[in-house]
Design a protein around this ligand. Sequence first.
Ligand code: COA
Length: 687
Amino acid sequence: MNAVATSEKQGEVGIITIDSPPVNAFGIAVREGLHGAINAFKADDTVKAIVVICAGRTFFAGADISEFGKPPQEPLLGTVFAGIEDAGKPVIAAIHGTALGGGCEFALVCNFRVSVPSAKLGLPEVKLGLLPGAGGTQRLPRIVGPELALDLMLSGRQVGANEALKLGLVDELVPEGALLEGAVAFANRVIAEGRPVTKVRDRRDQLDAVADKAPIFAAARAKAAKASRGYMAPENIIKAVEAAVTLPFDEGMVRERELFVELRDSTQSAAQRYYFFAERQGGKVPGLPADIALRNIAKVGVIGAGTMGGGITMNFLSAGIPVTLMEMTQEALDRGIGTIRRNYENSAKRGRITTDEVERCMALITPSLDMADLSDVDLVIEAVFERMDVKKDIFSRLDAVAKPGAILASNTSFLDLNEIAGATARPESVIGLHFFSPANVMRLLEIVRGEKTADDVLATSLKLAGKIGKVPVVSGVCDGFIANRIMTPRREQCEAVILEGTPPELVDKAIYGFGFGMGPFATMDLVGLDVINRSEPYRTVKQDLLDAGRRGQKSGAGYYDYDENRKATPSPLVANIIADVAAERGIPQSPPLSQDDLIARTLYPVVNEGARILEEGIAIRASDIDVACILGYNWPLYTGGPMFWADSVGLPKIVAELRRLASIHGPQFEPAPLLVKLAESGGSFTG
Ligand code: COA
């Protein structure tokens, strides 16, 4: 018994309650408390059944993620579970909230599981680069069969109590709010009926139900190769389930352990565990009082019903917050609202929402052609095109109509927020809310804190981000803020190396091989060169391509040639254009760079820019930069983002390479002082 575990008896039922906020993770105190309490009831002959229940918001939410990487301490989860399996009397898990990871595995070890209807169960370890390493890979297939077990463990998805009941993961649902009573009643019935105490480990019925299991594993591998290219955990999960099917339970457990340890000790899993906490850090701003009074956001205004404005609007509608959507012309307004409806209807077709929900969301829009209609909203988000004069004009007019206390936000992706705020008489109420396209899908919200932005405006925006399902990252004001600024060097270097003699397809291959979804040139072709072109004071390949009518996939040609199936092939014409531009600009030619050299050349400058962003105080912490890159630019999560990746590569190595590049290509590669300082002192960005 210890501070987190309490025991009591109700008749013949022993009840163990674990209370370890915030989420009853299986840290050492919980393991010790639970193990001790189980052993005590095991030795108590008056106890005929044991109920394990958790206090607070949830049943065990899994292993304590912060303990991975530290020396393991007994009792290990496996020891606690063995104690339960060998208790010699029925153990019943009483589940509410989310039984995740080790929490779900705990439930699988118990002889019976009861839950309230709102509970959810899941094995999300794959998201942390792990597999369920406390018997989950061996027990789940014995309960739900290998195919479904693979689906659950490879997706990490949560299963609602009703589905869990159908799957046999839960034995009985008890009324909401009456979990303990329900679980004790269930335990008394088990005692009275003398129900056999079967151990999941001894079951084989579900394993033997399908004779030929090879297609199940082949399908799982094919799906994982597509959905999680580059990730190690899915393959190990598949191997562990193969072991469950082919080996006796104890040997399967040994195999699971080997596969688990391999993942636990990998850089990938360290990166993914780091990222779990990184996402949760973004909303924390040092110096912001925890008890600050927030502004009430009951109604929102959005200016601009284009792609961005429409996507932004949907976030609020989906969260049940009414939006006044303003445009310049009826036609633009109708078009914007039509797109929002189509998006919702597509979601309904895919079964993600009901048609009633579509109508409920659409009914929350108030269309408007008049800025005066924004006089009653609590927050206005401007989402018009990126021109300072236009934004300033809007903000000064907005200032005249918005009610006192309203937050005035700009969705600008690079303009000076302080200058925009200066167009109003209330710069303290002005903030940047930079959504990423498509704004209704992308989870990142860059919150740009201006020089004069008030603390309560920032705190309200952070809270609002959570409400609309976004992950916030706070940025100071600079050109491009965190995400767009840090990724600019990658674009510049990719464009530079093709002029030095490395063909675009090799650059794309290297970036794709690193783990990005697409290479930069393939991406530009997809987006459209006309959309992203900017005029430069010198001849560029992109401009030449545009002049040749090569606008990207939509015109059948861009950096690549495309066939009718949009399959890309390298183009000799593009190679000629590149050679011409390079010759005209006098750029020396070198042999194509290797994959490693390409990664260093294009991504070390990103790390360097990250160091500058940190030393200028634009980002609060390195992990915010990682979150911005992963969520905003699809930087491969399993590397942890550029700053975590830099730490794992080794900062001295990066500094040395940047210096070498500076000696060849110029001072833009000079390592930032912070990077040099950390490299020389043995420090790290994220450690
Ligand atoms: N280990 C350690 N800390 C954990 C944790 C875990 N398994 N799960 C959650 N926490 C911490 C979070 O870091 C957060 O800490 P903070 O308040 O200091 O930022 C706090 O618990 C609350 O978590 P949060 O995610 O903000 O709350 P939520 O209500 O939105 O979600 C969960 C709760 C349990 C659904 C969610 O935290 C979760 O998915 N946890 C991970 C579960 C998991 O992967 N388990 C398997 C581990 S191998």
